[in-house]
Design a protein around this ligand. Structure first.
Ligand SMILES: *Cc1c(COP(=O)(O)O)cnc(C)c1O
Length: 245
């Protein structure tokens, strides 16, 4: 079994290789460690190895870990702080907790949810970073706005005072075929560039998981969301994007 340290190192090396192959700066790709189903101890272990950004799928599971970990990680400089990202679907009855506790939400795909998040973001905190989730493969069961509706929704979200729209997020359908992977990610990047060119200051493209991070980086990802390749196989499958979303 590989350790978390080995997993982190291998993933960072993969990011560097993929970025260099695409003649991109590896520093332009951030690593989000997806810690869903992992106990707080394993998040702490990754944190001790320098990892700072963590992604969770369920609000309550995340808050339990936040409460345990702020005691252990919260006493140092700001650069030591954990940056928590919500990457799972968000129901409207969970928006208040999400707005209060997370730094980023990747799964905004409706104006109603965005309005609630904006209203519920505490005044003392900086605006909540959000990503607009796009259903790039057109799967009927997947979350995300249809690509042709994304520009108008992005402009609507960008006006909400409690939020800062940073870019797009996508989960293409899983496939081992790298040509298809790259075509899907390229479509997300083109949509991102189109929306940015229409006057929104976007800087974040959240795409790429353990199985397809290389294709995602080749197509311009700036934030890869990696669980299995860092922490090993999860023993629950219910939080997998193919499942509940
Ligand atoms: C679980 C999950 C990931 C990480 O998946 P791995 O295959 O374990 O890297 C990334 N993004 C989302 C939205 C997820 O739910």
């Amino acid at each position: 079994m590989t350790t978390i340290g080995e997993g982190l190192q291998a993933v960072r090396a993969r990011i560097v290789r993929a970025a260099q192959a695409a003649q991109r700066d590896p520093e332009a790709v951030r690593l989000l460690a997806v810690s869903k189903t992992q106990p707080a101890e394993r998040v702490l272990e990754a944190w001790r190895l320098g990892q700072r950004a963590f992604g969770e799928n369920y609000v309550q599971e995340a808050i339990d870990k936040m409460d345990r970990l702020t005691l252990l990680t919260g006493n140092g400089p700001a650069s030591d702080a954990i940056e928590w990202h919500l990457i799972g679907p968000l129901q409207s009855n969970k928006t208040r907790q999400a707005a209060e506790r997370f730094a980023w939400i990747h799964t905004v795909d409706r104006e109603k949810i965005a309005r609630r998040l904006s209203e519920q973001r505490p005044a003392g905190l900086p605006p909540l970073n959000i990503l607009l989730q796009v259903n790039i493969s057109g799967e009927a069961t997947k979350a995300g706005v249809a690509p042709d509706e994304a520009p108008a929704l992005a402009h609507a979200l960008a006006t909400l005072p409690g939020l800062r729209l940073r870019g797009l997020m996508a989960i293409p359908e899983p496939t081992p075929d790298t040509t298809t992977q790259r075509a899907r990610f390229a479509a997300v990047r083109i949509l991102f560039e189109t929306i940015a060119a229409s006057g929104l200051a976007l800087d974040t493209l959240s795409m790429g998981m353990s199985a397809d991070l290389d294709s995602a980086v080749a197509e311009g990802s700036t934030l890869v969301r990696i669980g299995t390749a860092i922490f090993g196989e999860r023993n629950q499958t219910q939080s997998d994007p193919g499942g509940l979303q």
